[in-house]
Design a protein around this ligand. Sequence first.
Ligand code: X8Z
Ligand code: ZN
Length: 622
Amino acid sequence: MIRHHTGLDLLGPVVHNLPAEVLRPMILAFAFLYLACALRADAQISNKAIVTEAETFMQSAEARLASLSVTTNQADWVHDNFITDDTEALAAAANDKVTAATTELVEQAKRFDGLPMPADLARKFLLLKLSLAAPGPKDPAQRKEMTSIAASLMSDYGKGKYCEASGNCLDITQIESLMAESRDPARLKEVWMGWHAVGAPMRERYARFVQLSNLGARELGFADTGALWRAGYDMAPEQFEADLDRLWGELRPLYLALYTFVRARLFEKYGPELVPADQPMPAHLLGNPWAQTWGHVFPLLGFSENTGGYDLTSLLRANQLDAKGMLSYGENFYKSLGFEPLPKTFWERSLFTKPADREVVCHPSAWDIDNREDVRVKMCIQIRDEDFVTIHHELGHNFYQRAYKDQSYLFKNGANDGFHEAIGDTIALAITPEYLDKIGLLHKLPPAEADMPILLRQALDKVAFLPFALLIDKWRWHVFSGDIPPENYNRAWWDLRLRYQGIAPPDARSESDFDPGAKYHVASNTPYARYFLAAIYQFQFYRALCREARYQGPLNRCTFFGSTKAGAKLKHMLEMGQSRPWPDAMEALTGERQADAGALLEYFAPLKKWLDEKNQGQKLGW
Ligand code: X8Z
Ligand code: ZN
């Protein structure tokens, strides 16, 4: 073993001529120095040994989780595609296994706490702790109870229906269509109430689920499950919350302008009884069961056919596209940027349309079954504009998954979950009239005066969505922390809906209802702040890709279809997966290191000016 030289050896000739009172402290000082050096060297050697041990531990942890994830993906896929008591039990059991394994690994990893190690490895230990949206209690019986409840809530949502007095039952796909198209307020209210009844039976199980997953979160060292969720953004959880509030503060004036304009037009359509001029809007008249996007009320906003731009739904139908045809347009966009085509298995194994003979979870999702090639979507596609956009959204997940497939297991993810949600939406923003013309779906470019209605149509989906996307997890964070106890679940939900969105229920609600359960992401325990982030990131990404494609002109008219230069930049960011803190990924694509509402505001700036003029004399907001 090589040791350092001792200081005394080197000082030999000088030492003999010094008096004892000088010599003694010197000897002591050198002895101390020697000891410190020796100890440091020892520490370095043993530190290196522990880091190697930590690396080995992490390698086997990743291998174990990767293998379990495939089984869990398969079980979840089969459950979501064929809901029965048996597939529910199989999915619960698979999730129980992965939850148990993760908890066990986090427990074992505690012995490396505080150990200085390379940043990559330290990141993996953090990601391991954050990898479950519902951390399970160590106690096997409690954990099993939790995973069973989770699977049962998913089944309930998937099987949810509103059965009319006639005996005819409507599932969520039919309800979404009806609420998009019907203008009969009584019918809309009835269907809204019918769908929301799906939540009520979930209430008690949901409350128990909250208790159990909180137990698990505490065992991992978090205050509760919400605190664990907020820890996934490469910054202090408190800073994350403050960041969301900052962004919302910047976006709120645009929301209020849009809100006020829409309410005035709905007032004209439905009258003061249903839509009072300066009061909150009712949730059932906005074209969507959750009033989360309002695009379907565009026809009520006063544009005639030739000034309203174009109607994508009509174009899709006129071109006789089916679900696969719509998906091919989506795939072609990614290919035009330089991405490889989807694998053959994507077309063979995905679910594209609602099967007639079995219960499925129709809420769209994208899957990566084997963490390599077996990517799929599961959707009940209808031939309409909203689904065309959703197809691009889901494919964004799949192309992200394929881009990071060579990362190690814990890095196979979005830079953060908002990134994963933003990619496909970024592509969908580039579906402009020029693009539709280029691909032959639109035969005549809309006139210049159609710019404003096209922008308004876009705002009805993108801007209206912002407060909704924020409040879902505001509600859940308080639920997990206990600030909202079960006896206030529904009241707190509607308080937030009012405060952020200015939306009220169409009829009195009570604590025997559980309206949050009628939203997929609550029933499936999918965190939602990701969509708020994505709504902002997508405009930053879009602006950067337009820049890369050398586009010049107003942001809202840009398409980067066919730009392999833009594609290469995007691909580079996607390939990073979650291997680096997200600001690094953001910087790689945009040169920015922060969420910035400025890109969205720039995109909608002409509309904001227009709305402000239209809203003169109106009470802003509710
Ligand atoms: O759930 C989704 C996607 C699947 S990740 C279809 N979205 C949110 C929702 O539907 O509530 C996309 C936008 C918001
Ligand atoms: Zn998504």
